[in-house]
Ligand binder design. Structure first.
Ligand code: PEP
Ligand code: MG
Length: 672
């Protein structure tokens, strides 16, 4: 037995056999002629078929149905013929042709109205991954039983390929908590540990591993009693998950809890798991690890599937955030020294308008089937949002012309750069919602590469600088009447949930597996917050009552006092209204004479009265100024508002009143 200290990227506990990922070797192996590539593929297919038949005949495989499904797909001419056609007619390498054929067959399956046919696309992906491993020169088969994936390095695309229901956990040499691999592991709800040096020397295929996200440790080949303990712990964790899941659907919170997904299939069952919607659909995963761009149809089907699964709950589709570590080989992106600062997110979309427009058309069409919203990633400038909005309009016009059914969704902005935070007031006037991507916002605020290893202590998403950015964003959003969500990993960080709602965040979007836990944390935090608010309110009321009791009336304006008898209006000087005093105001600024409530604001804005305890005080500006019909007066309070003595409540334009031939004397009257 060996025990190693590692780092936890995604929490959780898993125990099972290791499977070592071997990288596809097509980068190293030169591509042959079409005839050679076709021969390679046919040989790999024969080998695969032989293995699948042998495994099935041997029996005992935990998922015989899956093996049978793969064998049938392999025997079905459509899959192999398509791959061979791509080799012969399009000059692709055998592995690329396998990926291409898999995409096409999956797209066809996904278009089916029947769920059991759509689910067959998992089998096609599994088969393609197996064929590619054979083409790469062997390597262990992806096991037909639950396994822990171990790899020196892992790309998001490789994880997507391995992301079968059998995947229990991930262990890598290099990694980081906010890497996209970590994000995907979070979506799958499995633990992910990294930082095990020389992994290939320490872990062999078939070794029994215990991944403990809590202590950040990995145990290789533990003794039998530790295995029994681990299995009991896994069982208990499963039960706790089920309990929380059942609870999640019944517990309600003021703050919405939405889900992050990377594939349309992940939307199935989310509503039942208590998600208030999809807060982030990372659509770029439709574009990666394939020979060409997904068609409008393929995208439409994926977006429609998610929208339908969510029904009236919102489905927020982020437009493709390609770039940085999410590279689409077919897009022929330039080599960059600093990819995180290069062509990514909205920049890619604006550099490839056809691609962007195709995606937008697919989203607009899918919007007919649910409550879809569009979200733009990596915005730094207002003009980028303007361009995106223009592209949405153009996509709508194209669909209109062809008579295709569509709906135009709300468009929101991801706040992921410090520039977007600083421009938030301007962006909030054009966007319909904000969603803060704390993974990137932390990276760009603290200048720490989110994929880098060993910099965790510098990349604290709870850093005050990041917290201030979130507060500024929430303030700008609320001042402009829009809501703000957090969809980065921070949204499911136990240390952050309460802080985020105190900063004004209205929604959290987290991986499906975390909804229940986050909802529970929110419920407790909201109860605490509500109690505090009630106590504050009580305290305020007490204070106000006290102020009202010892309230003396003070002058509502600065200037020379005029005795009541000298006010040039008999209604006031004769005392018909009550005891009063005149003031020759210096600047027209009127202050509340008492702490209390605004009881009346005259429609013509020249008079406001205040109630405090049993006292009512009227402040009337000018003699006969009712005639002005409000011209020259700005009132800053409304009837029913609470005011404090000395608070600025009105401004009168004294020059204008004089120019109209009227006397601007301020009169304070004690009505009762
Ligand atoms: C983020 O940056 O926080 C985010 C949600 O986007 P991604 O992790 O996909 O970059
Ligand atoms: Mg991001």
């Amino acid at each position: 037995m060996e025990r190693y200290e590692c780092k936890t990227a995604q929490p959780g506990f898993a125990a099972g056999k290791a499977w070592l990922l071997q990288r596809r070797a097509d980068g190293a192996r030169p591509q042959g002629s079409p005839a050679e590539e076709a021969d390679r593929l046919e040989a790999a297919a024969r080998e695969m078929s032989r293995k699948l038949t042998a495994e099935k005949e041997e029996g005992g495989a935990p998922d015989a149905a899956l093996l049978e499904a793969e064998r049938m797909i392999l025997q079905d001419e459509a899959f192999l013929q398509e791959a061979l056609r791509e080799i012969r007619e399009e000059g692709r390498s055998a592995p690329d042709a396998v990926d291409g054929a898999a995409r096409k067959v999956c797209a066809l399956l996904q278009g089916s109205g029947a769920a059991y046919i759509r689910e067959r696309s998992e089998d096609v992906r599994g088969l393609a991954a197996g064929l590619n491993r054979l083409l790469a020169g062997g390597g262990t088969e992806m096991p037909g039983e639950p396994f822990i994936l171990a790899a020196a390095e892992l790309s998001p695309a490789e994880l997507m390929m391995a992301g079968t229901p059998n995947l229990l956990g991930i262990l890598t040499e290099s990694g980081s908590p906010t890497s996209h691999v970590s994000v995907l592991a979070g979506n799958l709800g499995i633990p992910y540990l990294y930082g095990l040096e020389r992994i290939a020397d320490r872990v062999a295929a078939g070794d029994y591993l215990i991944l403990d996200g809590e202590s950040g440790s990995v145990t290789v080949n533990p003794p039998p009693e530790a295995v029994r303990e681990a299995e009991a712990r896994t069982e208990a964790a499963k039960k706790e998950k089920e309990r929380l899941r059942a609870e999640a659907d019944s517990v309600r919170t003021r703050t919405l809890v939405c889900a992050n997904i990377s594939r349309a299939e992940e939307a199935d069952g989310l509503a039942g798991a208590g998600a208030d919607g999809i807060g982030l659909f990372r659509s770029e995963f439709l574009f990666l690890d394939r020979p060409d761009a997904p068609s409008e149809e393929e995208q439409f089907e994926a977006y429609r599937r998610a929208a339908e699964a969510m029904g009236s709950r919102k489905t927020t589709i982020r437009t493709m955030d390609i770039g940085s570590d999410k590279r689409a080989g077919w897009l022929r992106m330039p080599e960059e020294a600093n990819p995180a600062l290069g062509l990514r997110g909205i920049r890619v979309s604006l550099a490839h308008r056809d691609l962007f427009r195709t995606q937008l058309r697919a989203i607009l069409r899918a919007a007919v089937y649910g409550n879809v919203r569009i979200m733009i990633p990596m915005v730094a400038s207002v003009w980028e949002l303007d361009e995106a909005l223009k592209e949405v309009r153009l996509a709508a016009e194209e669909l209109e012309k062809t008579g295709t059914a569509f709906a135009v969704p709300e468009v929101g902005v991801m706040i992921e750069t410090p520039a977007a935070v600083m421009m938030a007031p301007e962006l909030a006037r054009k966007a319909r919602f904000f969603s803060i991507g704390t993974n990137d916002l932390t990276q760009y605020t603290l200048a720490v590469d989110r994929e880098a290893r060993g910099l965790e202590s510098f990349a604290d998403p709870l850093h005050d600088a990041v917290m201030r950015m979130i507060r500024l964003t929430a303030e700008a959003a609320h001042e402009n009447g829009i809501r703000v969500s957090v969809c980065g990993e921070l949204a499911s960080d136990e240390r952050a949930v309460e802080k985020l709602i105190r900063l004004g965040v209205d929604e959290l979007s987290v991986s499906g597996a975390r909804i229940a836990r986050v909802r529970r944390l929110l419920k407790d935090a909201e109860e605490r917050l509500e109690k505090e608010e009630q106590e504050e309110q009580k305290e305020r009321e007490k204070q106000e009552e006290k102020e009202e009791q010892d309230n003396e009336i003070c002058a509502p304006a600065e200037g020379e006092l005029i005795p009541m008898a000298e006010i040039p209006d008999p209604v006031f000087s004769g005392g018909a209204m009550g005891e009063c005093v005149g003031i020759l105001s210096q600047d027209g600024r009127i202050y509340a004479p008492v702490s209390g409530t605004v009881s009346v604001v005259a429609a013509t804005r020249h008079a406001v009265s205040f109630r405090s305890g049993g006292t009512e005080v009227l402040v009337h500006v000018g003699i006969d100024t009712v005639k002005l019909g409000g011209e020259g007066f700005r009132v800053h309070v409304r009837e029913g508002d609470r005011v404090r003595q000395g608070q600025l409540v009105m401004e009168a334009d004294l020059d204008l009143i004089r120019a109209k031939g009227l006397n601007p004397m301020v009169i304070a009257v004690r009505l009762s």
